[in-house]
Design a binder for this molecule. Structure first.
Ligand SMILES: *Cc1c(COP(=O)(O)O)cnc(C)c1O
Length: 369
């Protein structure tokens, strides 16, 4: 019997590593009384924009509000339809519903991302936008998605909540359409100590609109220009995220190393379908998650649990068309099939190489029995 426990995520270990730098930073911000829209937010926004090579990055309350504000600023409104994959967090579709539009669900392909070949037949006279979700830290096949958008006069708004730093043909997730959104939820690759999000865009009208929308519709002069929200990124979180962004390339490098270790140990095991390896043609993946498909998935998870390896299924194991209360379209056989097979292996920078070997050994043992 082993006593090894590998938690799925380990916030305390990750905090401990950065505590020495973070506590003085937090103290400085609090001592200066800089709580709402102060220099830390401005600095983080310009650092994020520079990192992604975009003109504007706007910090907002969370990744869900980032989606709502991006849709609103792009004039998606009641009566419109937006194409979105069913394998996503319910927040993606909720944002579409909250601006009064209708989410129309599409299939995902073998890589678990929006299937470009499933878009065109779902387009109607009401369709206004495509919302690819750059899931698990990988970018969808954007060339094909952009072709469909151009042919049909649709805009693209990306949910890149899971893909900060991921690239396709050298271009960053979040920069392919009129706007892209990110989440800084604590377990995201760039995670804060609470909620946070951002919208990025090269369009000055969208940036201006989000600046108003996130702060009660107020112009910096104080004049209220329109109905708005209170959806600002806390200045304290912005300070923390700014610090973490400076160390972000190391974070990604380690995640890609872990993915390579998983790949080299588990590739060839017929019972599993692994995500593409870190070096995969036009794709540069950042591995927010390591999402595999597994034969006898539930038995595998139960076995790993006993061996101390904690796994999860993204969003509790349901794709969003499987929530009857939401009334979404259900004609998604590929996604349906996949939803019975997918699960996440531990993927975060608290894991050692020994941890990964141990996890892989347990998986190999399970399938050899
Ligand atoms: C995390 C996440 C969101 C929402 O972000 P919050 O910051 O939690 O509101 C949206 N879409 C996807 C795909 C996510 O993973």
């Amino acid at each position: 019997m082993t006593s090894k426990i590998i938690p799925f995520f380990n916030y305390p270990v990750l905090y401990e590593r950065q505590k020495k730098d973070l506590l003085p930073l937090i103290d400085e911000i609090l001592s200066g009384g800089r709580y709402i829209m102060q220099k830390e937010l401005e600095n983080f926004e310009s650092d994020l924009a520079r990192y992604l090579g975009v003109k504007y990055a706007l910090g907002v309350a969370d990744g869900t509000m980032a989606l709502i504000l991006a849709l609103k600023a792009s004039n998606i409104s009641p009566g419109d339809e937006v194409l979105v994959p069913s394998h996503t967090f319910v927040a993606t579709a909720a944002a579409i519903a909250h601006v009064g539009a209708t989410p129309v669900l599409v299939e995902c392909d073998w890589s678990h991302l929006m299937d470009p070949s499933d878009l065109e037949h779902r387009i109607t006279s009401k369709t206004k936008a495509i919302m690819p979700v750059q899931l698990n830290g990988r970018v969808a096949e954007m060339n094909e998605i952009k072709d469909v958008a151009e042919r049909n006069g649709l805009i693209i708004i990306e949910d890149a909540a899971q893909a900060l730093g991921a690239k396709f043909k050298g271009e960053f997730a979040g920069t392919f359409g009129v706007a892209g959104t990110f989440s800084f939820y604590p377990s995201k690759t760039l995670g804060g100590f609470g909620d946070g999000g951002a919208v990025v865009t090269n369009d000055s009208r969208i940036a201006d609109s989000i600046r108003l929308l996130r702060d009660h519709g107020r112009h910096p002069s104080g004049e209220v220009m329109q109905w708005g929200f209170n959806s600002r990124l806390d200045n304290l979180q912005a300070g923390i995220l700014g610090y973490k962004l400076k160390h972000y390339s190391k974070e990604i490098e380690r995640r890609r190393e872990i993915a390579a270790l998983y790949h080299s140990s588990l590739d060839g095991l017929e019972a599993l379908k692994l995500p593409p390896p870190p070096s995969d043609g036009d794709h540069f993946d950042i591995f927010q998650n390591y999402e595999i498909e597994a034969n006898c998935r539930d038995e595998l998870r139960a076995y790993l649990d006993v061996q101390g390896v904690k796994t999860i299924i993204q969003w509790g194991g349901k794709v969003i068309h499987q929530y009857p209360s939401l009334g979404l379209n259900k004609d998604l056989p590929m996604t349906e099939l996949m939803s019975r097979r997918y699960m996440l292996l531990p993927m975060n920078t608290s894991l050692s190489n020994e941890d990964i070997s141990y996890i892989c050994e347990q998986i190999l043992t399970f399938y050899r029995r």
